[in-house]
Design a protein around this ligand. Structure first.
Ligand SMILES: [Zn+2]
Length: 297
């Protein structure tokens, strides 16, 4: 009996302990649940905030991408504008360069002259060079040639000499006065027939400074004999390479055939005349003028 009572007490006290533990457990679980729920709520809020931020960032990225696209387009447009401005600048610079170059070349140097249209009696070339004596016929006389064309004349005569056709200059630049004096001399000797081989009124291509009368030791001063000299054949085949042409070929309507009279018109134009088998005076003045820019090239 005593033993039963004692067992019952133990049982009761065990239940008490168990109940207490259970209650403690319930309180703990309840606390833990609330704590986790709070954390979950906070996390949910954080996620929502991050989503909002992400969405805003997306928008910002989109805006920046659009802006980038706009800027890229703008850069392309600006690049095109800069490139076309540069083209325009180069074009204008080229035109200015051409005009500047043209302004320095006397257009009269490529003018066709006739009894109607000729040089002004006051015309004198810009610059004249004295021709070296080794190229001249009369050693005690001064011969002058246009300074810008002189190097072409020297190359022509040097090349001819190298190939065995040594020539001398019988006449080069002649002023209006000298030409007039020469004309009256011819008139005295030949009468009105002088008009056929000596330019009227003193006007002559020799006044340009870019024209020479050529001869050889054999021919000397009797220029009409130059046609039969091999040097004339050499000139016909080669003078164009140095920019020289025969002004008055056989059958021309200006003067008698003057095989000794050679005029500098530039390598470009002389080359064209040679290729096309044309004579300077057969060409249209407008066509000739296109070669002025390359006269001294
Ligand atoms: Zn002449």
């Amino acid at each position: 009996m005593q033993q039963n009572k004692s067992s019952t007490r133990v049982l009761v006290s065990s239940f008490g302990i168990l109940a207490i533990l259970l209650a403690g457990l319930i309180v703990f679980v309840e606390y833990r649940y609330r704590s986790l729920r709070n954390q979950a709520t906070t996390l949910t809020q954080n996620i929502a905030q991050l989503r909002t931020q992400l969405s805003e960032t997306d928008k910002a990225v989109q805006t920046l991408q659009n802006l980038n696209g706009d800027l890229t387009d703008q850069i392309h447009i600006t690049e095109k504008q800069a490139s076309s401005l540069l083209d325009e600048f180069n074009r204008i610079s080229g035109t200015v360069g051409t005009l500047e170059k043209l302004s320095k070349i006397d257009s009269r140097l490529l003018q066709k002259y006739s009894k109607v249209y000729f040089l002004n009696e006051n015309f004198v070339p810009d610059r004249l060079s004295t021709v070296d004596q080794r190229y001249t016929l009369e050693k005690n006389r001064i011969y002058q040639f246009h300074a810008d064309a002189y190097s072409y004349l020297v190359r022509l005569l040097d090349a001819a000499k190298t190939e065995g056709f040594e020539m001398q200059i019988a006449s080069a630049y002649r002023s209006f006065k000298e030409q007039t004096a020469l004309k009256s001399q011819y008139t005295v000797v030949y009468g009105s027939g002088a008009n056929k081989f000596s330019a009227d009124q003193g006007y002559s291509e020799h006044q340009l400074g870019t024209t020479v009368d050529l001869t050889t030791t054999k021919v000397g001063g009797t220029l009409s004999r130059f046609e039969t000299d091999p040097a004339y054949g050499w000139l016909e085949a080669n003078a164009y390479k140095y920019g020289f042409i025969l002004s008055y070929p056989k059958g021309n309507s200006y003067y008698i055939f003057e095989p000794w009279h050679w005029r500098f018109v530039g390598v470009d134009l002389a080359g064209k005349l040679h290729r096309d088998n044309l004579h300077f005076y057969d060409m249209d003045q407008h066509e000739i003028d296109k070669y002025l820019i390359t006269l001294f090239d």
